[in-house]
Design a protein around this ligand. Structure first.
Ligand code: PHE
Length: 340
């Protein structure tokens, strides 16, 4: 009996040492030390036949064996638990002192950024920011701007014509007309927006681009006012004083009409490829509002005069950030957009 007991204890301890899960250990415990049908319980059944001294001795040995098996199981369980915990700590650790990686916020498109800047600037000078439809009628896009249907200026702009005499506006100037129709003078307004021309697309031409139209109507508005506002505008955009010059330019809705050039900001007027070695870059068509245009919108040209300008927003963005391909602006390419 004694040797069976010793055998059982030895083989149990070996099994416990080999076990690698809590379930295995539990199975061993039931099999060896289980109250009903456990191996130790079976052995103790034979004790009745023993003489009292032997019974006491074997009983003691039985208890010791049971103790040692149960302790070994508990110890092994703890070991397995600790290992599992160590593994979890190893794989699931979290350094709460690290800065959060966060969600990358998007950024405003460079065109939108410049547009917002200019809107703020003009608002600060008392200009209203107006909006107009992108699908225009012929009257607002052409006729009301002194461009009658037989006028050669209609050929200057390749137009996307729609059904029923509608078209995609070719410039933001129709918003001038709508402004004059809605608000009596004196009037200061700008109209930023998208315009469309049926052009073949290349590095410097797009069928869709952005302009910012501006107009001021008041008593005795002169070319001097025009130059002042244009210089303020350009200094804000380029964040430094820029030289400007006016050349005659023809637009049916202004008289006199000008092309406003700025001193080239790349070479500071010395001459480079961007300004075609002239020192000047053409940027901004403008002029004094043609009296016919005022009259058509029921404003008396004997009492009121005004200036208007049509800033190429897209071109301005390209100049400010030295972007050499207009197609990048509408590409949606994140490698391009992430830079702003
Ligand atoms: N609307 C003209 C264009 O797109 C630009 C312009 C606006 C010229 C206002 C003069 C005055 O070509």
């Amino acid at each position: 009996m004694e040797s069976t007991l010793a055998e059982l204890e030895k083989s149990s301890l070996e099994e416990i040492a080999k076990a690698s899960t809590i379930e295995e250990l539990e199975a061993i415990r039931v099999r060896v030390a289980g109250r009903k049908g456990g191996a130790l319980a079976e052995i103790s059944k034979g004790m009745g036949k023993l003489v009292p001294e032997e019974r006491a001795r074997i009983g003691k040995l039985l208890n010791q064996a049971k103790d040692s098996v149960e302790r070994a199981i508990e110890a092994k369980k703890k070991l397995i638990d600790n290992e599992a915990l160590a593994k979890r700590l190893d794989s699931e650790w979290l350094d709460l002192t690290l800065p959060a990686s966060g969600v990358k916020p998007g950024s405003l498109h460079p065109l939108t950024q410049i547009r917002y800047e200019l809107e703020d600037l003009f608002r600060s000078m008392g200009f209203a920011v107006l909006d107009g439809p992108e699908v225009e009628d012929e009257y607002h896009n052409f006729d009301a701007l002194n461009i009658p249907s037989d006028h050669p200026a209609r050929d200057m702009q390749d137009t996307f014509w729609l059904d029923g005499g509608f078209l995609l506006r070719t410039h933001t100037s129709p918003v001038q007309v709508r402004g004059m129709e809605h608000y009596p003078p004196p009037l200061r307004m700008i109209a930023p927006g998208r315009v469309f021309r049926n052009e073949s697309v290349d590095a410097s031409h797009e069928h869709t681009f952005y302009q910012l139209e501006g107009m001021m109507i008041d008593r005795d508005v002169s070319v001097g006012h025009l130059i002042y506002f244009m210089q303020t505008l350009l200094a804000a955009v380029f964040r430094r004083e820029v030289k400007v010059r006016l050349r005659p330019g023809f637009f049916p809705f202004v008289e006199p009409g000008f092309e406003l050039d700025i001193g080239c900001l790349i070479c500071n007027g010395a001459g480079c490829a961007v300004c075609k070695h002239s020192g000047w870059v053409e940027l901004l068509p403008c002029g004094l509002v043609n009296p016919n245009v005022l009259r058509m919108s029921r404003i008396d040209p004997d009492k009121w005069s005004g200036f208007a300008f049509g800033l190429g927003l897209t071109r301005l963005v390209m100049m400010r950030y030295a972007i050499n391909d207009i197609r990048l602006l509408q590409s949606g390419d994140l490698r391009f957009l992430n830079q702003f």
